[in-house]
Write a protein of this length. Structure first.
Length: 262
């Protein structure tokens, strides 16, 4: 499964302060630690407190590029920030994200085409997040059609069924799993699926337990990728074990170590 490390985000206090103070060390250590822990891609988000998001995104990406050339997911809702972010991120980057709203699609998909980036798309429209899988799938199907219309390979599309905190929207947890399964039937070849995992436990007392359990359930439903905290060793161990039990890796007594050495 593709792992996108979530930690370089201005919503975290240490990252926000590092951006404000232009402290490269904090950012570069977070980048290296996440990659060492198993992240394939690094999410990069300047956060809502940024007063100059274009310049802050430039600084973040150039700072990360001093220590790694791994793929980046440029995480912003602003077109100008996304444009410079994808330009600097380079090959194999992600546009994170669009929604099912026509305005968002028409604004962002040309950038994905321009930079040949992969696309994360949220099953949200002007009415919000549907409570049931049918509504999520309807939005996903529209996004697939638009991606094809813009000449983007559907296999570079990652549908995020948008998990909400279990303490406020418990009924959505099952709908998201159903959406992940049904996305495989939208077209041939199908889009991939992704989750911003930590949302499911936001505001709860047992965050680690909830994240681990839901990740295993989502992998069983066919999840292809997740934005998560790769520094959570128990979470990563759960992911590795789930993929082992689904036959994606060959068993040996040192399977955790073997996976990490890949």
């Amino acid at each position: 499964m593709l792992i996108i490390g979530e930690k370089i985000n201005g919503m975290f206090k240490a990252v926000r302060e590092a951006i404000q103070n232009k402290d490269k060390k904090i950012i570069q250590e977070l980048a290296k630690k996440q990659i060492d822990a198993g992240a394939d891609v690094l999410d990069v988000n300047v956060g809502p407190a940024s007063t100059n998001p274009v310049e802050d995104m430039k600084w973040l990406i150039t700072t990360i590029r001093e220590v790694t050339d791994c793929p980046l997911a440029v995480d912003t809702t602003k077109k100008d920030v996304m444009d410079i972010g994808l330009e600097l991120a380079g090959k194999n980057s992600f546009l994170n994200s669009i929604s099912g709203e026509e305005e968002k699609i028409s604004s962002m998909l040309p950038l994905a085409k321009k930079y040949n980036s992969r696309v994360i798309a949220l099953t949200i429209d002007k009415s919000g997040i549907p409570a049931h899988s049918e509504g999520r799938l309807e939005i996903a199907a529209n996004i697939v059609a638009k991606v094809i219309e813009y000449g983007i390979d559907v296999q570079n599309l990652y549908i995020d069924a948008v998990i909400l905190p279990v303490n406020v929207a418990q009924q959505h947890a099952l709908s998201v799993l159903e959406t992940i399964k049904e996305c495989k039937l939208l077209c041939d070849p199908p889009p991939k699926t992704i989750l911003g995992l930590s949302n499911v436990s936001q505001g709860t007392q047992f965050r680690g337990l909830i994240d681990r359990t839901y990740l295993v359930m989502a992998i069983s439903a066919g999840l292809d990728a997740a934005i998560l905290n790769p520094l959570d060793k128990e979470l990563m161990d759960s992911m590795i074990t789930a993929e082992l039990l689904l036959g994606k890796n060959i068993y040996c007594d040192s399977f955790l170590e073997a996976y990490r050495k890949k």
